[in-house]
Write a protein that binds this ligand. Structure first.
Ligand code: AHM
Ligand code: MG
Length: 329
């Protein structure tokens, strides 16, 4: 797998790759590519914190809850601070919406880009040394430069994303992103501290054999989901569920599979957040030839009306997502 279609060889650093593919960035002024490099830098810093979390007293609960009533982990807060700082210092972002903050974080009013971010997703897995991830979406602001960011700048449909991606802190650390020209994956070379191209033009198999869902919620699912899951078993599909969205999604994208987080009695609108969890992965999934819906509608076409809006989520191999949707009324 050396020279792949892009003319950029495997092993190229992320910085160089971004520079050499500058034209794939919308409105190529260099600002968006700088922003992606800032996100990669923050990812490296968080990777360092995650790697030493068993050694220092930074794992575990912080003893307080975030805006959605969920318990915050210390690393959630550390990751949030690191990302905000990196994006502030990078100077390309006018506003951030984060899972950890109720309102917009206002940065440089003269910048064009808005970022929606889940700084550390799957954080209940931190204490047990299991994969976690960062998820980000980048939008161009709608309001004029020079003024404060408006809610409408953040509440854009996923179709308006100019770039999106995730960083997976797994058995190796990877950054995967798209600017709407395919999906590229970079693996962190720890001794160099550089992300290097390892997966060019990633694609998701149309069909797969893995289904990923928290089946512990069986009695909370609507009948259609239970019927679907019964058929998965009859068809002898393989069940795999880490409980870290990025890791579950990444595996299914590579191997072929479906991830489902439907509505439940406890979470009647689903659990996952549209702006900083679903949209980014939906953009990546579609760019890789996969599909993402809320069970009825394409995720990227949902008009958000609240920063922390939730959505049911079905994502992965196209045929599997379509098949699952057939079970829902
Ligand atoms: P978080 O943002 O609080 O970490 O929650 C999101 C996570 C996803 O990573 C994961 O897929 C899902 O929640 C797991 O939820 P559950 O424990 O209900 O299966
Ligand atoms: Mg999350």
């Amino acid at each position: 797998m050396d020279n792949i279609n892009l003319g950029v060889p495997i092993g190229t650093t992320l910085d160089r790759f971004i520079k050499e593919n500058q034209d794939e960035f919308p409105y190529a002024t260099g600002e968006l590519s700088q922003l992606l490099r800032d996100i990669a830098l923050a990812g490296k810093i968080i990777n360092r914190e995650v790697n030493k979390s068993g050694l220092l007293d930074i794992a575990g609960s912080y003893g307080q809850q975030n805006v959605q009533g969920e318990e915050q982990q210390k690393l959630d807060l550390i990751a949030n601070i690191r990302f905000i700082r990196a994006l502030k210092n990078g100077g390309q972002v006018c506003g951030i919406i984060s899972e950890e903050d109720e309102e917009i974080i206002h940065l440089n009013q003269n910048c064009r880009y808005v970022v929606a971010i889940d700084p550390l997703d799957g954080s209940s897995n931190i204490d047990v040394n299991v994969s976690i991830g960062t998820i980000f979406s980048i939008y161009r602001r709608i309001s004029p430069l020079g003024g404060p960011v408006q809610a409408a700048d953040v509440l854009q449909k996923g179709t308006e994303q100019v770039a999106a991606g995730y960083i997976l802190y797994g058995s190796s650390t990877m950054m995967v992103y798209t600017t709407g020209h395919g999906v590229h994956g970079f693996t962190l070379e720890p001794s160099l501290g550089e992300f290097v191209l390892s997966h060019a033009l990633m694609t998701c198999p149309e069909e797969g054999t893995i289904y990923s869902i928290n089946e512990g919620s069986w009695h909370e699912f609507e009948p259609g989901i239970r019927n679907y899951l019964s058929d998965c078993k009859k068809d002898k599909l393989t069940a795999r569920y880490i409980g870290s969205l990025v890791a579950d999604y990444h595996r299914n994208m590579l191997k072929g599979g479906i991830y489902l987080y439907p509505k439940t009695i406890k979470n009647p609108h689903g659990k996952l957040r549209l702006l900083y969890e679903c949209n980014a992965l939906a953009f990546i999934a579609e760019q890789a030839g996969g599909m993402a819906t809320d069970g009825h509608q394409r995720i990227l076409e949902i008009q958000p009306h609240a920063f922390h809006q939730r959505s049911p989520f079905f994502i992965g191999s196209k045929k599997m997502v379509k098949n699952a949707m057939n079970y829902l009324i």
